[in-house]
Design a protein around this ligand. Sequence first.
Ligand code: SDX
Length: 436
Amino acid sequence: MASKTELKKLPNAELRIGDKTWEFPVVEGSEGERAIDITKLRAQTGHITLDPGYANSGSCTSAVTFIDGEEGILRYRGIPIETLAEQSSFMEVSYLLIYGKLPSAAELAQFEASIRRHTLLHEDLKRMYSALPKDAHPMAACSTTVGALATFYPDSLDPRDPAQIDISIQRLIAKLPTLAAYAYKHSIGQPFLYPLNSLDYVGNFLRMMFGNPCEEYDVDPVVKKALDLLFILHADHEQNCSTSTVRLVGSSMVNLFGTISAGINALWGPLHGGANQAVIEMLESIAEEGTSARDYLERAKSGDESARLMGFGHRVYKNHDPRARVIKKACDEVLERMGIHSKLLEIAKELEEITLKDDYFVQRKLYPNVDFYSGVIYNAIGTPANMFTAMFAIGRLPGWIAQWKELHQDPSFKIGRPRQIYTGPTNAPYTPIDRR
Ligand code: SDX
């Protein structure tokens, strides 16, 4: 396991409130990021900090992923995302994130074999889908069935037992593609295909998604490689909304299944992972309405929330999201190899081109994020828009798991419980109901 670098101690920070001054430690991480350690702030000063959305607050130290938002840098365990996109596989990246090092050939083979042995669902879990409406959103189906896994494996719920953790990790990584594919099959009234473990991870998923019992399904290598790449690019992203959810829920010592179910729900939101679905719906509406890209952008600039430029902007990247660049390049390659001309890709590129020269977007440092182009590929391989975020969840699962493991291995582990500043009524009277 890659070790966490010890925090470097820098000269203290001084805080003066009124006529009192306090000193607090300043620490520096392995990439030169600095923080004021306020673990004793309230005890010493009686004050807390206030930081809605946590834009200025570090919740933890982590050795999993590093992002430099100003430089557009993303590294998993120190390895640049561009290198992993070029040379690695989703299974290898999953191992790297979860176990902290690149696996040997034997370790990778063992990891993939252990995943293959758990792709099947309990038949009672499979029957759960029949209780869901046909139009159940796949993210609702996935968070429901992932949470339900805790009822089928009561023997592996202890978040501190290494053997129970390992088998839960294998089950989650193995079964999420099956659970997601079944949500799609349920929505179109087609029979579920059992996993075929002679196929690799992505090929098995593609067959469960697009195959049927009436004919052989040939996995298209171009599609498989594109999906493997998308999963790599989505695998982790430091303390984003859903990962912070996983850490906060996990800090209550609940089992991993319940924790991941919470992460799936956080990812579903249109401001987070749900943006990939919103992007393709935005591109389709521009295409159907015949709106010009420029007119649409004028509406987005007007603050019209219904015209927010989905897939643009990021809390951390104030430069290009490196993932968006890799996906945009893959769009051209995959669509060309598939012989597909995508009007939606054309519109997306035109939107990006205009924003690069438009002060509104330049001043706000709004660039395409990971969600802007990913839907073009999902769409091209036949995935319905409401499945895009479920694809994101499959990709993000190893990252959630890696961060959850790190949480439980952290010597400073404690349950997460932020404070607040109260602004409500003070000493309010209780008026009996007959006098209200
Ligand atoms: C993901 O955190 C992660 O790492 C997330 C993620 C991951 O891998 O886990 O990278 C995945 O969630 C990517 C983001 C996907 N979401 C979207 O594409 C939705 C559209 N983008 C935004 O809603 C927004 O940019 C956020 C939510 C992504 C970031 O929000 P912030 O950091 O809170 O920024 P903000 O909303 O305060 O915006 C700052 C300014 C505002 O202008 P002012 O009011 O200050 O004048 O930029 C404007 C916003 O109005 N703005 C946009 C915009 N995004 C921000 N204006 C038009 N279109 C947009 N998309």
